[in-house]
Design a protein around this ligand. Structure first.
Ligand code: AKG
Length: 260
């Protein structure tokens, strides 16, 4: 490692104890010290990531990119998560969660509702967006803090017309799928996780092939735009009791979409 590559050079350019006594020699001790510094630097990056999650740093401090999915750990701080849950309670009192069935009649394990101009529906007639809850009431408006989040993360996109609300109990999951019932597939989908951790699997633009997974934690936000927009994804399982946000446990996922 040259001095220019030394990750600590800005911290103590003249008195770096790992560099100073051996900087002229090219021997065994110097190589050992360089390896040691690399390990320290790697650990420093890991610690910084864990702290960022713990402290709920603003999103732009730590963004993970996996297969073009943009993951913002801890975008919503605990206070904002609690406020969102209160807003969701109001929405669900007007538009209660329903257990959808697939067009073949198989019940899905998640329960769903929505806010916005449209809600996503699945029943024996197929998958589609509808301007009303199955009970006939219009969907309540999307909470302002979600619109603010959308404008912060995807400022060039049109405003979202649907906030789909998925509720997972500890046994629920969501199979690998693409979101493609929207008219304009150039517009992103933005997803918010609340409550227990969910194991999010990311695949490819066609079904099958190798996949990668990350645990999404309460407050995390995922932007699915660009190449990730039509990438298969799903939730394998929930980690029970991993969050105290929802008194009875479970996980809520919100996905904001432009529909027309
Ligand atoms: O629950 C999640 O994190 C993913 C939800 C999802 O893929 C969807 O609603 O299409």
């Amino acid at each position: 490692m040259s001095r220019d590559e030394d990750p600590f050079r800005h911290l103590a350019p003249h008195f770096n104890p790992l560099f100073f006594p051996f900087s002229g020699s090219g021997g065994y001790i110097r190589r050992q010290l360089d390896a040691c510094k690399r390990r320290i630097y790697r650990d420093f990056l890991k610690i910084r990531y864990v702290f960022a999650q713990w402290l709920h740093y603003p999103c732009h401090m730590t963004v993970l990119r996996v297969r073009d999915f943009e993951i913002h750990p801890g975008f919503f701080a605990p206070d904002a998560q609690r406020a969102l849950v209160e807003e969701l309670r109001d929405i669900l009192s007007v538009a209660p969660l329903v257990q959808p069935v697939t067009p073949r009649g198989t019940p899905m394990s998640v329960r769903m509702s929505a806010a916005g101009e449209y809600g996503w529906i699945s029943d024996r007639k197929g998958y589609r967006y509808e301007p009303q809850h199955p009970s006939g009431v219009p969907w309540p408006p999307i909470p302002a803090r979600l619109i603010d989040m959308w404008q912060t993360l995807v400022p060039d996109a049109r405003l979202p017309q649907c906030c789909l609300i998925n509720w997972y109990d500890v046994t629920a999951k969501m199979g690998m799928h693409q979101d493609r019932d929207e008219a304009d597939l150039t517009q992103p989908v933005v997803s918010v996780s609340l409550g227990d951790d969910g194991l999010f699997r990311m695949g490819n633009s066609t079904r099958g092939g190798k996949t990668e997974s990350v645990w999404l934690r309460s407050g995390d936000v995922v932007v699915m735009g660009g190449d990730a927009r039509l990438t298969y994804h799903g939730i394998d399982r929930i980690r029970p009791n991993s969050s105290a946000l929802l008194p009875k446990g479970g996980r809520i996922n919100l996905t904001l979409r432009v529909v027309t």
